[in-house]
Design a binder for this molecule. Structure first.
Ligand code: SF4
Length: 88
């Protein structure tokens, strides 16, 4: 491979972590509307073969966009679980 294009993060069905959240998509309820992909491009990626969104690189967008994507998802398929970080 001679391309100098950056390699995108591998989309993950298990989810990914931003600074504050573990983010995952419940593929059994995703209807592939694409709202999350438009709102938080890069953090959510369409798997065109399966017609569902998967988590990409959540660090690619501001967390407010992750939260907005969760709110606009028509089926509640996006889950943001706040991470408990130790301050020790
Ligand atoms: S907004 Fe929800 S239903 Fe639409 S593609 Fe994203 S996860 Fe799936």
């Amino acid at each position: 491979m001679t391309s100098t294009e950056p390699v995108p993060a591998e989309p993950s069905a298990a989810g990914e972590e931003s600074a504050s959240y573990h983010v995952w998509v419940d593929e059994s309820t995703c209807i592939g509307s694409g709202s999350c992909v438009r709102l938080a491009t890069g953090a959510f990626v369409m798997d065109d073969d399966r017609g569902v969104a998967v988590v990409g690189d959540v660090s690619a967008v501001e967390e407010r966009r992750l939260i907005a994507a969760e709110r606009v998802c028509p089926t509640g398929a996006i889950h943001l679980e706040r991470l408990e970080r130790s301050s020790l």
